[in-house]
Design a protein around this ligand. Structure first.
Ligand code: SPV
Ligand code: MN
Length: 663
């Protein structure tokens, strides 16, 4: 039998890599195995690092580290506690080993990923599943034994001559009902440094776990490097063992493939959440500031590169988090926390005028990692930064100059469209006061948003929780972006903007949403937004800042402060309310024509969308709850009725003049 452990050569195949979960070989007692691990750690670690590891009296952790050492064969091991000194060591190591280079501004560094390693690799990201387990066609899986053998084969000896870094984090605020502990083992100081900016330190929290094996594990190696970038891209693998809550990542550096507590742990968390009846989502969390200093919290799910961060960063509002949220039922409401404590944000289109808060952080001393931008004499430059295009610089492809073309004669942009900045949220002056509240924040509304050029109105509220979960969450579609490797601009099924990370049967996942708020005294309202609607000439219909108004309208709706127009697909804003908000928030005269164009119901497109979605859920998803089809059918009937009465494209004023009959 092929070993299930990290070391293919290990003779202890039966108990290997089960992380201490009651799997003890028939022939050896658990205490003997623990002694083996201790001996191995004692010989591989110097006294100081050994002591730091042993301070955490957790046999499952010791096993994970010992077996990772056995497999990857590092030259040295550094265990990072929560101390400033240890954290500084990692930050400096990233510069010393060349993974990051200092820029002109103090604390700023630049990192490059390889030319073929600029986004999440969906094809190489797979779940390891034991025989007999079927996760459905929409999830990428590989037989566990086969996958482990493959990825462990690539990890074998991968850290020879390098230092292994061991880091501890808390997902969610520390010491809260929400928090999950995690350990990352990596040979990349860039990855370990990024995590320091992105997550709350968790060494002391790990201590409080005692001997519990209840934590997430990530083992990463950048693999063979040339000029500090991973070069064996054909051997890039990101494999996720759901049962052991362990992630393996190799031959890649791009943070979305390597920073284990981002999307890799989200996949683990979704499974836990399903078991324990909470939700782990690809969502921002933000406070929207209403009348009389009222703060109403929203979460928002948008596929990558569809406006999630820019919504969470709307000036005048406050940010709790921009990417991943855990939601739990508490005190008769839904409460949410930000799993992270930093931002790994897209740095395309970031300019001084539209993004003053981010711009400020990116231009003053403080810890910032820029990745895959252009470096010009120690200054970072990125796509559409609002400055004159530079003559030349260095980017992830090497030397760049204005007018550069590739072998096909195509224009080579100065930076990658998925370039990123990484910094701590506390750098931002608009950080919400409750960002680290162990109780989380109470959620008034949930927003779903996709990149949809032709169907969904700019903002709309669902009739009910079920109607929102189904028509706005489960039926979210979005055109693909540069955040994942592959063709961009293709309309794709993106339920809850979380499809890439769902790790249970999709039908069960949507059911867990449907049931989540059952019996709660206060259910969040559900909305959808679309910032990408275009007219017949392909021009965007709404402005970049219109979202500032949409969130204010949603905030008022949560409190019943404004009425709305009943349409066949949900409630849309009244013109008068929006006109008032546009004036107050943006000091802009919002015309009736603009409103009518943006909020005209596009019935043929909506009907086509329902048909597409019904097909996907019916044909490709096992265990889809029947209610999903019922809700879509009812929506179709309402749309057909409106079509017969008013034609294909219906002005919001028509619906306003015709209130619905009482049901
Ligand atoms: C996303 O792509 O949704 C991100 C960046 O937030 S990544 O870490 O690659 O997932
Ligand atoms: Mn994301």
């Amino acid at each position: 039998m092929q070993s299930a452990g990290p070391s293919p050569s290990s003779s202890r195949d039966k108990q290997s890599f089960r992380n201490g979960r009651a799997v003890v070989s028939a022939s050896r007692k658990g205490s003997d195995v623990e002694k083996d691990h201790r001996r191995l750690l004692e010989s591989a670690l110097d006294r100081e690092n050994f002591d730091k590891l042993m301070y955490l009296e957790n046999p499952a952790l010791h096993r994970f580290v010992a077996e990772s050492i056995e497999l990857c064969k590092p030259e040295a091991v550094f265990v990072c506690s929560d101390s400033d000194e240890d954290i500084r060591f990692i930050r400096e190591l990233a510069i010393k080993n060349g993974e990051e280079r200092p820029l002109n501004i103090e604390g700023h560094t630049i990192h490059f990923d390889g030319p073929q390693d600029q986004g999440r690799d969906k094809a190489a990201t797979k779940y390891l599943v034991p025989p007999g387990v079927d996760l459905g066609a929409s999830l990428n899986t590989i037989d566990k034994e086969e996958g482990l053998a493959e990825v462990q084969g690539f990890l074998a000896g991968a850290m020879e001559g390098r230092m292994m870094l061991v880091r501890f984090f808390s997902l969610g605020p520390t010491n809260s009902d929400f928090s999950i502990s995690g350990v990352q083992v990596t040979d990349s100081a860039y990855v370990a440094h990024s995590e320091d900016l992105l997550y709350r330190s968790g060494y002391e929290q790990f201590k409080s776990l005692g001997a519990s094996p209840d934590f997430f594990r990530v083992l990463h190696s950048a693999g063979r490097l040339e000029n500090n970038v991973s070069i064996e891209i054909d051997k890039r693998r990101i494999y996720i063992d759901l049962d052991d809550e362990t992630v393996y990542s190799v031959n890649t550096q791009y943070a979305g493939n390597t920073v284990g507590f981002k999307k890799l742990s989200l996949r683990l968390a979704i499974r836990r959440a399903h078991r324990e009846r909470w939700l782990a989502e690809h969502m921002f969390v933000m406070g929207v500031h209403g009348p009389d200093e009222r703060v109403t919290y929203f979460t928002g799910a948008y596929p990558s590169a569809c406006g999630k961060t820019s919504t969470a960063m709307i000036p005048g509002e406050t940010i709790v988090g921009d990417d991943i949220a855990y939601l739990r039922r508490k005190h008769g409401r839904v409460h949410a926390v930000n799993v992270e404590s930093g931002i790994f944000g897209i740095i395309r289109d970031v300019n001084e005028k539209d993004d003053p808060l981010i711009w400020d952080v990116l231009h003053r001393p403080g810890e910032v990692i820029f990745s895959n931008v252009l470096e010009v004499n120690g200054s970072p430059r990125w796509l559409r930064d609002g400055l004159p295009e530079p003559e030349k610089g260095v980017n992830f492809q090497g030397d760049w100059h204005k007018g550069k073309t590739d072998s096909e004669g195509d224009h080579v942009p100065l930076a990658h469209p998925n370039s990123r900045y990484t910094f701590r949220l506390r750098e931002l002056e608009n950080l919400d006061l409750r960002a680290n509240d162990p109780e989380g924040v109470p959620v008034g509304g949930i927003i779903y948003g996709g990149r949809d050029s032709d169907t969904t109105t700019p903002v709309i509220q669902s009739f009910t929780w079920f109607h929102g979960v189904v028509t706005m969450g489960a039926c979210l579609e979005s055109e693909t972006t540069a955040a994942t490797i592959g063709k961009t601009g293709v309309r794709a099924f993106q339920p809850m903007a979380n499809l890439d990370f769902v790790s249970i049967l999709l039908g069960q996942y949507v059911r867990s949403h449907l049931e989540f708020t059952a019996g709660l005294e206060h259910q969040p309202l559900i909305f959808s937004t679309n910032y990408f609607l275009r007219d017949a000439d392909g021009k965007f219909i709404t402005g970049m800042k219109d979202k500032y108004v949409w969130v204010k309208w949603m905030e008022l709706r949560v409190h019943g402060d404004v009425d709305a127009i009943h349409t066949p697909v949900g409630f849309i804003p009244r013109y008068d309310d929006l006109a008032g908000l546009f004036k107050r928030v943006l000091d802009r005269d919002y015309t009736r024509e603009e409103y009518e164009k943006a909020f005209t119901l596009r019935i043929p497109e909506y009907l086509a969308k329902i048909e597409r979605m019904t097909g996907v859920w019916r044909d490709d998803v096992p265990e889809t709850p029947d209610i999903l089809f019922d809700i879509l059918e009812e929506q179709t009937e309402r749309l057909q009725e409106a079509l017969a009465k008013h034609g294909e494209y219906v002005s919001p004023f028509v619906f306003e003049a015709e209130p619905p009959e009482e049901e």
